[in-house]
Design a protein around this ligand. Structure first.
Ligand code: PHE
Ligand code: ZN
Length: 866
């Protein structure tokens, strides 16, 4: 458990440059499960700031300091150690010299490290996680990203641990007395401590090679536990494509002779971009047709790319302080989105991104945890690895690119890499390269980084006919307003690029499509047109806003049929579906509008699958609340169920037709074309399973050999309410009992199922003696998945809320970062009726009152209670 720290927020406004900077770090590790030794030799020089040369503050937590020396003597200046680190101050007899070498030996306990920050053991593999503030659990250090040093590392371990890895270039290796050996690594590129990594274990490598554009060879390796080596091929392929793509699209080459990836089973997040040694949650590396779904393959491709792209956006150019987190994350997410759009269908990728943005970021922006893309204060930085920093951060860059144009965007990035290579930077630096490259004043654009909340854009239109049948003048008025968020009652207007087109009755574009810049509270545009148009606004979701335009069913059906912008076609379908599910439109009319598109063989099956996938219940709850009514999870569930059934009835023959037509011939390949066919088939099955005929089809498909077909079939069977579901679940478990990643899927299905006994089942699974809840993937597959269950979690007696709170209280002392993250499930409490609100608040208060609560959890819970 962490020491109790007074929750004083850290503020961006208080940033001061470091008093001392580390230039070079030598580390020697002597690995042991308990009592691992770390010897550090660090060269310090005076820092750039006002405090330069003053006392040296080193962060350090849970370290047993064994010895320390300055310039080789233990006649030290005054040294005071506390829970959070130590201070080395000039003393009369020994002032700190202008430059000196600090040496310290500490002992740490990897086996007892369940927080998974610092050096820990995962399934027998030693590994580190240092972002954001984990390095201080390895040795004393100014653990802040603006201190960048070169590193040389020596790892000593028993020979039973054959693979010894760290950042940078491999150096000497050799035997040591007593069945031990060592390996050395040097990293020539100065880096912040959060990018340090060490991995040691009994691992096998899947290797390959890459030659950079300028002809330098790079040895590639993915290290996994024995038995997993045949599940690495796709990740390796994705890595090579990422490396090539960064060269061709951004002119960025890899800069070391080796690139290592390691898959570990215990990991708080998705993956980590440590220099030359990316560490991954095994879920985002390992894939075979039998164990991974198409979605898993897609995520592996995207995350491999994301971590690789960090080598330039994050590592070569890093963040000055943690308030600037979006500098690396927003940009790297945007880059991985561009990559995925190039590898797969751009339209489908964009729709998936927006679905995610709305489900997670809009939700965050509308609740008690809302914060700006660049926050101004935090208590625990781990709580700010959020959808806002990542996904909204990426949207801001997408807007910048739209505003300045693709070519200027590329010029701005070239300038960014040129000007800031090797530096720790701020959002001001980032905006400045865009101003310099484009000659535009982006003062107002900065507000996007500073203001929380999702702007609402309302649309009003006018049409004045010149003379009957002669065309006329069309006026379009856009108005923006951002609701207040915690600590930010008043908002200023932000510049909003609205990509648009104006369509004639036959569906053609009446004018050249373009971008309207809503750069004030309200703006009005007018157009001379031959006929009154139907506007297609916010094409491609050109800005992260909520667009409100009163629109008829007929108009939506028209856009669904005719819009050239695939995003807005899908958006029209989604709007119609929402109306159906909220009881404001008929399923038959929706089916009729949908029919031509879903059976249009010229359209990408993956896109058609998206059209057929109805909004989830969480989205309906959000929409209900935003229209001013409390969300009733039971009523929403009943309405959603009825809408799905009605749609299935209306489209039954076509759905059956699609189901047959989309069968993929030949062996499984993860390629996007096949994946799209499987997705469309699964969407059809998901609806058909609401009809008596569909349950049997789902049951039959549960025998599929590949997971992409098997998992949606099992989900459909569960949703159908068929009595065969339990036997199918048992058969699945019998096949996969030995595979933890696959069993996560099995648990997740049950936790998210809408069955009357879901909570009882989830409880039973969570109480099973062999449920390894301390592994974050396992915890998330059951407890966090249950908290996403739109009905069972919100049952009226509060038992779902109590279940989650009990588990959060249990996990918090073991792994505060993951516990606090999962606690975010409560952030939507304001959507619900008074009774549920009271129940949730009671659970939050109970958590808040728990003794010894972590800083992570204390911050999250108190923000949600405010
Ligand atoms: N920096 C990682 C990424 O975005 C995420 C991460 C954060 C991983 C903190 C671990 C700890 O890829
Ligand atoms: Zn990242």
């Amino acid at each position: 458990m962490r020491p109790d720290v007074s929750p004083t927020p850290i503020r961006l406004a208080d940033y001061a440059p470091p008093a001392w900077v580390a230039e070079h770090v030598d580390l020697t590790f002597d690995l042991a499960p308990r009592g691992a030794r770390v010897r550090a030799r660090i060269r310090f020089v005076k820092g750039p700031g006002e405090a330069a040369g003053g006392p040296l503050r080193l962060d350090g937590q849970k370290l047993r300091l064994l010895s320390a020396a300055v310039d080789g003597t233990d006649a030290l200046p005054s040294i005071t150690v506390d829970e959070e680190g130590l201070t080395l101050a000039p003393a009369d007899n020994a002032p700190l010299p202008d430059a000196f070498t600090w040496e310290a030996e500490v002992e740490i306990d990897p086996e007892a490290n369940t927080e998974l920050e610092g050096l820990y053991l995962s399934n027998g593999v030693y590994c580190t996680q240092c972002e954001a503030e984990g390095f201080r659990k390895i040795t004393y250090f100014p653990d802040r990203p603006d201190v960048m040093a070169t590193y040389a590392v020596r790892i000593e371990a028993p020979t039973s641990i054959p693979v010894l890895l760290s950042n940078g270039e491999p150096g000497a290796t050799g035997p040591l007395p007593g069945d031990r050996h060592f390996a050395e690594w040097t990293d020539p590129w100065p880096k912040p401590s959060y990018l340090f990594a060490l991995v040691a274990g009994e691992l096998v490598a899947h290797t390959d090679a890459f030659t950079t554009a300028s002809g330098r060879p790079v040895a590639l390796a993915i290290h996994v536990r024995p038995g997993d080596e045949d599940r690495c091929a796709y990740a390796m392929d994705a890595l090579k494509r990422s490396m090539r793509w960064d060269e061709t699209e951004y002119g960025r080459e890899y800069d070391l002779s080796v690139f290592n990836i390691v898959a570990v089973d215990d990991f708080n997040m998705g993956a980590m971009e440590n220099k030359g040694l990316n560490v991954f949650n095994s879920k985002y590396v390992l894939a075979s047709p039998e164990t991974a779904t198409d979605r898993d393959y897609e995520l592996i491709e995207g995350i491999i790319a994301h971590e690789y792209f960090h080598n330039w956006t994050g590592n070569r150019i890093t963040c000055r302080d943690w308030f600037q987190l979006c500098l690396k994350e927003g940009l790297t997410v945007f880059r991985d989105q561009q990559f995925s759009a190039d590898m797969r269908s751009e339209a489908v990728q964009r729709i998936d991104q927006v679905k995610m943005l709305r489900a997670r970021q809009f939700r965050e922006d509308a609740g008690p945890l809302a914060h700006p893309v660049r926050p101004e204060e935090f208590i625990e930085i781990n709580n700010f690895y959020t959808a806002t920093v990542y996904e909204k951060g990426a949207e801001l860059i997408r807007m910048l690119r739209l505003i300045v144009g693709a070519e200027t965007y590329r010029a701005a990035l070239d300038l960014y890499f040129d000007r800031h290579d090797g530096q720790a930077c701020t959002i001001e630096d980032w905006i400045a390269v865009f101003e310099d490259a484009s000659g535009r004043d982006l003062t107002r654009f900065r507000l996007w980084y500073a203001q929380a909340g999702t702007p609402r854009v309302t649309v009003s239109e006018g049409w004045v006919e010149d003379a009957p049948g002669q065309g006329g003048r069309y006026t379009l008025t856009l108005r923006q307003e951002t609701p207040s968020t915690p600590g930010q009652p008043l908002k200023k207007p932000v510049p909003i690029p609205v990509a648009f087109g104006l369509l004639g009755a036959d569906g053609r574009e009446l004018i050249e499509p373009g971008v309207l810049e809503l750069d004030d509270t309200e703006r009005c545009w007018s157009f001379e047109l031959p006929e009154r148009p139907v506007p297609s606004l916010l094409r491609g979701f050109s800005a992260p806003v909520i667009l409100e335009r009163r629109s008829s069913e007929a108009e939506r059906a028209f856009l669904l049929a005719h819009d050239r912008d695939p995003f807005n076609r899908w958006e029209a379908a989604r709007a119609l579906a929402l109306e159906v599910m909220m009881g404001a439109a008929s399923a038959d009319a929706f089916a009729e509008a949908l029919l031509p598109a879903i059976t249009d063989a010229s359209l990408d099956p993956a896109f058609r699958a998206l059209l057929l996938t109805l909004p989830g219940e969480d989205e309906i709850a959000r929409e209900t609340w935003s229209r001013g009514r409390p969300a009733d999870p039971d009523a929403i569930h009943a309405a959603a169920k009825a809408a799905r059934k009605a749609l299935a009835e209306a489209l039954e023959p076509e759905l059956r037709g699609l189901y047959e037509a989309m069968e993929t011939p030949g062996p499984y390949t993860p390629e996007a074309g096949d994946a799209g066919r499987r997705a469309l088939r699964a969407a059809a099955l998901g609806l058909l399973a609401r009809l008596p005929v569909g349950a049997g089809m789902a049951e039959a498909q549960c025998g599929a050999a590949n997971m992409s077909d098997r998992l949606p079939a099992l989900a459909a069977l569960l949703a159908s309410g068929s009595p065969a579901a339990d036997a199918a679940l048992d058969a699945f478990a019998a096949d996969w009992r030995h595979d933890p990643l696959v069993m996560d899927k099995w648990r997740m299905l049950q936790a998210t199922a809408s069955r009357p006994d879901t909570l009882a089942r989830v409880k039973a699974l969570s109480e099973a003696p062999d449920f390894p809840w301390k592994t974050p993937n396992r915890f998330r597959s059951l407890v966090a998945a249950f908290a996403q269950n739109p009905c069972a979690f919100h049952q009226a007696d509060g038992s779902g809320y109590r279940f989650l709170a009990d588990w959060l209280i249990r996990l918090d002392p073991v792994n505060p970062q993951t516990a606090a993250r999962v606690a975010g499930a409560f952030e939507t409490w304001r959507r619900y009726d008074a009774k549920r609100q009271k129940l949730i608040r009671a659970e939050l208060s109970r958590i808040a009152a728990t003794e010894g609560l972590s800083r992570d959890m204390a911050e999250i819970v108190s923000r949600m209670l405010d």
